[in-house]
Design a binder for this molecule. Sequence first.
Ligand code: FE
Ligand code: ZN
Length: 254
Amino acid sequence: MLEILQLPILKDNYVYLIHDPESGETAAVDPGLAQPVLDAISQKNWPLNYIFNTHHHWDHVDGNLELKQKTGCKIIAGQGDYNRIPGIDIGVNDNDTLSLGKHSIKIMATPGHTLHHIVYYFPGQQKLFCGDTLFVMGCGRLFEGSAEQMWQSLQKLKALPAATQIYCTHEYTQSNGQFALTVEPDNVQLQQKMRAVNQLRANHQPTVPSTIAQELTTNPFFREDSTSLQKTIGMINKTPVQIFAEIRRLKDNF
Ligand code: FE
Ligand code: ZN
């Protein structure tokens, strides 16, 4: 079993520490700041062996150099981001395999939010570290990629086992859910999920991780095939990519 530590940083980011108790190996996912990671590993008495970056945005990489200098960790990121991720040691590509102790990690390329965005999937542990590609009831904005690319990326994540836990990098759940209700007001599971989310947030608790199963029933970006959603946004008889692009456009203006 892996131990996952969730560190809230900045306004609404999460950094994850992934620790394998057997080997002692530890990785930090998207450290936008160094100090919270340094504090956590010293408190836990863990080493820091790796940084796993999902993409080049500052709130995901700004802790890289200080952490590398203070711990000697190796920095892993998408090969395509080689020139724009500070301190990168190993560039990885779609379908590459890494490991943390005995646990294998599959790299999946998920262009859309940025062109070289990657996610880290632990098949044996059913955990997905998905950066800014998939959020709870949402997805990342299209800063570099096209709607078609992002839709393809989300199809890959949608196909993962339903029990897969989703560790995304932002706590955007509440506003994502408010938007989701505008495009699918009659979705009972969505209504239930929002009640649970509102309660968690009222108690200042995280709503992450979610699961693929929960996203399939509540995330509008996984639900372009819902007839009720298509009717609500006036997109009957359009292609899945056209419907996805329209949901994304509506969310950008929400
Ligand atoms: Fe980002
Ligand atoms: Zn981000």
